[in-house]
Design a protein around this ligand. Structure first.
Ligand code: GLC
Ligand code: CA
Length: 565
């Protein structure tokens, strides 16, 4: 397997608006990030991915870009950006930008022109169509509720937006758009950035003729996904981007690609495809969706058997052929300790167990800000405290549909993107040390117990556990390159696997629940000479490894060297 720095790296994701405010306006900014670079270096991460910081009206917190080559003034200036990049590089870290290529803001000058008239030179930068039978051109639904079409009276046509109406989709069938995008990416690469996360990249191509979606098994929201996700031509466009631009730089790329399994993912990340290094897959993010067709808001408990099946599929199918990006949370998902762990009495052990999982799989681990503290979901009582456009649109849509308030709020508490967007908890007091002013979204009151200052002092904190995992991953190649093999496929509580590289073996044992199941030591792993590398509990002196009774959310990683010798 080819060895490269981005396979060996750990990535830390920053959601800038919520990370650290430097000037008391309640909004996180670049100087705030700069002030925390030593924190990131001490944690040991290699790459920092920063969500969009470009000029933007902020309808979707920066994922609505109105100028790709300027910094949003609330975040700072281009000088601040240069200082940030330099600050990362001098500390041995790299910077990954988040680029939104599927759409712009409706305040982008291209769109302002495009909507002027049907024959404006920028008209075809976007996707405009005439209405049909007094309604929109087709029946596709937006990710953020309602039709993907917005009527514009000035030219009596509709424009397409897969996300909010403030995010019109670019027309990738137009060579001028492709040229603009390539130049802009080149511009950032010349500045010295080290990689990109390509937002919503699976959606840049839409089905020819934009036909109605017709799939009665699926809710209207999900029905049309196949019409604008992972279509063949996306690959041609990515290969062109690679060959003309990306190929000339030593960078890392990750694409956001929902709606595909590992075989299909190889089309993006397979060695020799000349597209992307890795993609964010979503299969495990839908394990708590009531049905494949129900979308994200109808939640049921997820099952360990499904998690094993999905992750094992990705681990084995991509092995030696492509590369995984491993994550359990990000700015669009609930906090992972609340979703896959236990944010009550077992918050600390379960956060550590999940960390062990992410760091011992084959692939590049991604840590989302605050995850290393075991930060949890938020449950605001009132919809007024929420800020996320997706959440607000969902609320409005369900209220109009007559759904009772408490049901809507229940779904929001479980799934709102704001769960991950409350301010980073630096300190116990004030506004969690995030700002000296009023934060743009309220801090989680549990900052009193969960905060970085406390975690750094406490040797047993989630933070120190992450730090140790990162250190171990750097020290033992088997964490990065070892081949994954699932053990105990049918065990309802324990997720266990080995990773093997030459004559070195890792044995990973994870108790995913609060019970105390017994782990039977597998015959395939010799007990003699085994070394416990890390665990979230102290091993009991009298324990019997052959019949190991696990404690709630216990995680153990054993190393066996010379296992074939
Ligand atoms: C991606 C981003 C999300 C954003 C959407 C539209 O899914 O991660 O935050 O709202 O794209 O750009
Ligand atoms: Ca600020």
């Amino acid at each position: 397997m080819k060895r490269t720095w981005w396979k060996e790296s750990v990535v830390y994701q920053i959601y800038p608006i919520s990370f650290k405010d430097s000037n008391g306006d309640g909004i996180g900014d670049l100087r705030g990030i700069i002030s925390k670079l030593d924190y990131l270096r001490d944690l040991g991460v290699d790459v920092v991915w920063i969500c969009p910081i470009y000029k933007s009206p902020g309808h979707d917190n920066g994922y609505d870009i109105s100028n790709y080559c300027e910094i949003k003034p609330q975040f700072g200036t281009m000088e601040d950006f240069d200082e940030l990049l330099h600050g990362l590089h001098t500390r041995g870290m790299k910077l990954m930008m988040d680029l939104v290529l599927n759409h712009t803001s409706d305040e982008h000058p291209w769109f302002l022109e495009s909507r002027q008239s049907r024959n404006n030179p920028k008209r075809d930068y976007y996707i405009w169509r005439k209405g049909k039978n007094g309604g929109p051109p087709n029946n596709w639904e937006s990710y953020f509720s309602g039709s993907v079409w917005e009527y514009d009276a000035r030219t009596d046509e509709y424009y397409l937006h897969l996300y909010s109406k403030h995010q019109p989709d670019l027309n990738w069938e137009n060579p001028a758009v492709i040229g603009e995008m390539h130049n802009m990416i080149q511009w950032w690469l010349k500045k010295g950035v080290d990689g990109f996360r390509f937002d919503a990249i699976a959606h840049i191509v839409k089905a020819k003729g934009l036909p109605d979606a017709d799939n009665p098994d699926h809710s209207p929201t999900v029905r049309a996904y196949g019409m604008f996700s992972n279509l063949d031509h996306v690959h041609t466009l990515l290969q062109n981007l690679h060959d003309e631009v990306l190929y000339f730089y030593d960078i890392m790329t990750v694409g956001e690609t929902s709606g595909l399994g590992p075989e299909q993912a190889l089309d993006y990340v397979g060695d020799g495809r000349r597209e992307l290094n890795m993609t964010f897959q979503f299969e495990h993010m839908f394990l708590d969706a009531a049905s494949p067709g129900s979308g994200k808001w109808d939640v049921v408990p997820w099952k360990l058997a499904d998690l094993k099946r999905v992750m094992t599929g990705w681990q084995t199918i991509l092995h030696k052929k492509g590369w995984n990006a491993n994550y359990l949370c990000n700015h669009d998902q609930p906090r992972c300790v609340s979703r896959f762990g236990n944010d009550g009495p077992y918050r600390i052990p379960s956060a550590k167990m999940l960390a062990t999982f992410i760091h011992t799989l084959e692939g590049t681990p991604y840590i989302y800000q605050g995850e290393e503290l075991g930060m949890t979901n938020i449950a605001f009582d009132a919809i007024d405290d929420y800020r996320d456009v997706e959440t607000l649109n969902f609320y409005k849509e369900r209220v109009e549909a007559g759904v009772p308030e408490h049901e809507i709020m229940r779904a929001i508490h479980l799934k709102s993107r704001d769960n991950a967007r409350t301010p980073m908890q630096w300190e116990a007091g004030g506004q969690a040390g995030f700002t000296t002013g009023t934060p743009w979204i309220a801090v989680n009151p549990n900052c009193k117990e969960i905060n970085a200052a406390q975690a750094m002092q406490d040797r047993d904190s989630v933070y120190h556990y992450y730090k140790e995992l990162i250190r171990l991953r750097k020290r033992h190649e088997v964490f990065v390159y070892g081949e994954y093999r699932l053990l105990l496929e049918d065990h309802p509580e324990i997720y266990a696997y080995t990773r093997t590289l030459d004559d070195t073996l890792l044995l990973v044992i994870l108790n995913f629940f609060a019970g105390e199941p017994v782990f039977e030591w597998p015959d395939s792993v010799k007990i003699e000479g085994i070394e416990l590398l890390i665990s979230n509990y102290k091993p009991d002196e009298w324990e019997d490894l052959r019949q190991l009774r696990l404690r709630p959310y216990e995680a153990r990683v054993y190393l066996q060297q010379g296992s074939r010798g």
